[in-house]
Ligand binder design. Structure first.
Ligand code: HEC
Length: 170
């Protein structure tokens, strides 16, 4: 697994120019909409520097923003440390999984695409019916109902969360 501090940048490098550009646009849109100045500034700075040399600055800004978002949306079930002991966990029939062991459960792999589509949940729910975890793709859509960038913002929020979660893998 890649060192967490470089997670976002490696991901952006590895997924090819088109997908990298789309991930950057998604993160930028969400940063602007949520007024996360640190992320927007880091992206602008990185984009204008040769060979994305300040990619790790993007990574750490995104990671911090993702952590705040995690605390707001996910900690109630998965716990502030991600290990599954949030206050709401006891009320669920399925225990929330330890999110700091996602890579450990997958032989050290941290598959961004698979995890993103799981968190989003809209496709999965259409195929398999209900689940205990909220369908975040719908929740995030409700947060920016009339925005023409809606899909991009949803994608950016999920990416932000995944960059943070990658940093807590153990
Ligand atoms: C209401 C409680 C609840 C909240 C809030 C919640 N989750 Fe979950 N999460 C679960 C449960 C329960 C599961 C196990 C699968 C299921 O039944 O839904 C799960 C599973 C997951 C998984 C799959 C883990 C794996 O290794 O496959 C991920 C990733 C995840 N949650 C991320 C998040 C993120 C990110 C947030 C915040 C945006 C979040 N969860 C908020 C309850 C919750």
């Amino acid at each position: 697994m890649s060192p967490a501090t470089h997670g976002a940048f490696l991901f952006l490098q590895a997924t090819g120019v088109d997908r990298r550009a789309s991930a950057i646009r998604a993160l930028y849109s969400v940063a602007v909409r949520l007024r996360i100045i640190s992320v927007a500034t880091a992206i602008v700075a990185a984009a204008s520097s040769p060979a994305w040399s300040s990619g790790s600055a993007v990574s750490s800004a995104v990671q911090q923003a993702g952590q705040q978002y995690y605390i707001e949306y996910c900690a109630s079930c998965h716990g502030t440390d991600g290990r599954g002991a949030g206050p709401v966990a006891a009320a669920l029939t399925i225990k929330p999984p330890d999110l700091s062991k996602m890579a450990a459960r997958r032989n050290g792999q941290y598959p961004f695409d698979e995890l993103a589509s799981y968190i989003d949940g809209r496709k999965a729910v259409a195929a398999h019916g209900s689940r205990e975890m909220p369908v975040w793709g719908e929740r995030f859509a409700d947060e920016s109902p009339d925005d023409p960038q809606q899909e991009r913002i949803i994608h950016g929020k999920v990416l932000m969360l995944l960059v943070y979660l990658e940093s807590i893998q153990r």
